[in-house]
Design a protein around this ligand. Structure first.
Ligand SMILES: C[S@@+](CC[C@H](N)C(=O)[O-])C[C@H]1O[C@@H](n2cnc3c(N)ncnc32)[C@H](O)[C@@H]1O
Length: 272
C-alpha cells in the first residue's frame, strides 16, 4: 500500500514497543495498517512530513498522551453484558444493604471509556438499592484516554443508546432530548467520579471496593500485565468482593485469588 508518510517496519516496532510499555497494549504486526491510519491523522495535524519526526515528538509526555488516546479502542454501550447488572441488582446490592452498616458503597469502573458502564452501574444502584439516596455511594470511573473521559463527564449520548436503557430508568434517570441525543440525569451523574488513570501506573485510591468492573480492557494486554493488574485489584477489594470482566476474558493462569461464579463474574476468595 502506498502511504502519504513513509512508515518503515522499524517505525511500527518503535511505536508498538512504546504502546506496550506505556499502556500494556500489544500491537502485533497485523495491526500495522491500523496504527498507520490512526496516526497519519496526527502527523497531518502536527504538520509533520515523516514518522521519524513524529517519534521524536513522542519524547514529550503530552504527545505520548495523544498517542495513547489514538491507540485505545473505546467500544462500549449502556448495560453492555446485561447479566452483570442483573447480578449487581440481585446479589451484590441486597448483600450490601444487609451487611454495609455504614451505608457506604464503592464501585470502580476500570477502563470506563465514555462512561456508559459507570452510568449503568449508577442507574442500577438508584433503582435497586433501597434508600440509595441516603447512602454514601461513589462510582469511580477511570480511563487512560483523556478525550473519551471528557465525553463521559458530559453524559450526553447518541439517541440510539436509548434502546439499551431499562424502562424503569427512562424519563427519570435518562432522558431523550429534543436535539436527538439522550442524557443521563444529575442524580446519576452525582454518583460517578471520572478520573484519568493509566492502569499500569500507580493508583492513588485506597479502596476497599465492593465491586470492580474491568471489562473488555485487558484483551490486548499480555498475561504478565494481566497478572499484575488483577493482583492489585484483589488487594483493593473488600473480603469476598466482586470482579466483573469482559465476555472474551478469563483469569486462567492469571489469578487464583478469585472464584469464578459463572458468566465472567468472579468473587475474591475467602482467605484473602
Ligand atoms: C473497549 S473499552 C471497554 C469499555 C467498558 N469497560 C465496556 O466494557 O464497555 C476499553 C477501554 O480501556 C481503556 N484502556 C486501555 N488501556 C488502558 C490502560 N492502560 N489504562 C487505563 N485504561 C485503559 C481504553 O481507553 C478504553 O476506553
Amino acid at each position: 500500500m502506498v502511504h502519504e508518510f513513509a512508515f518503515r517496519d522499524a517505525d511500527f516496532r518503535h511505536i508498538a514497543q512504546l504502546v506496550h510499555s506505556h499502556m500494556g497494549i500489544m500491537l502485533p504486526e497485523q495491526k500495522k495498517e491500523m496504527v498507520y491510519a490512526r496516526l497519519a491523522r496526527r502527523l497531518r495535524t502536527l504538520g509533520l512530513s515523516d514518522f521519524g519526526s513524529y517519534l521524536k515528538r513522542l519524547e514529550d509526555p503530552a504527545e505520548l498522551e495523544m498517542l495513547a488516546n489514538a491507540m485505545t479502542t473505546n467500544v462500549t454501550a449502556f448495560f453492555r453484558e446485561p447479566h452483570h447488572f442483573h447480578h449487581l441488582a440481585e446479589t451484590v446490592l441486597p448483600q450490601a444493604a444487609a451487611q454495609n452498616k455504614n451505608r457506604r458503597l464503592r464501585i470502580w469502573s476500570a477502563g470506563c471509556s465514555a462512561g456508559m458502564e459507570a452510568y449503568s452501574i449508577a442507574m442500577t444502584v438508584l433503582t435497586h438499592l433501597p434508600n440509595a439516596k441516603q447512602w454514601d455511594v461513589k462510582i469511580l470511573a477511570t480511563d487512560i484516554d483523556t478525550a473519551i473521559l471528557e465525553r463521559g463527564k458530559k453524559g450526553d449520548y447518541d439517541a440510539h443508546q436509548w434502546d439499551k436503557i431499562p424502562e424503569t430508568c427512562r424519563g427519570t434517570l435518562a432522558r431523550l432530548q429534543a436535539n436527538g441525543t439522550m442524557s443521563v440525569s444529575d442524580d446519576v451523574k452525582k454518583l460517578v467520579c471520572f478520573k484519568h488513570l493509566n492502569l499500569l501506573e500507580d493508583w492513588p485510591m485506597q479502596g476497599p471496593f465492593d465491586a470492580i468492573f474491568c471489562r473488555n480492557v485487558v484483551i490486548y494486554f499480555d498475561k504478565e500485565t494481566q497478572r499484575h493488574l488483577f493482583a492489585r485489584m484483589a488487594d483493593l477489594l473488600k473480603p469476598q468482593g466482586w470482579l466483573y470482566i469482559g465476555h472474551s476474558e478469563n483469569l486462567h493462569y492469571v489469578s487464583d485469588r478469585f472464584t469464578l461464579l459463572g458468566s465472567t463474574i468472579y468473587r475474591l476468595n475467602d482467605h484473602e
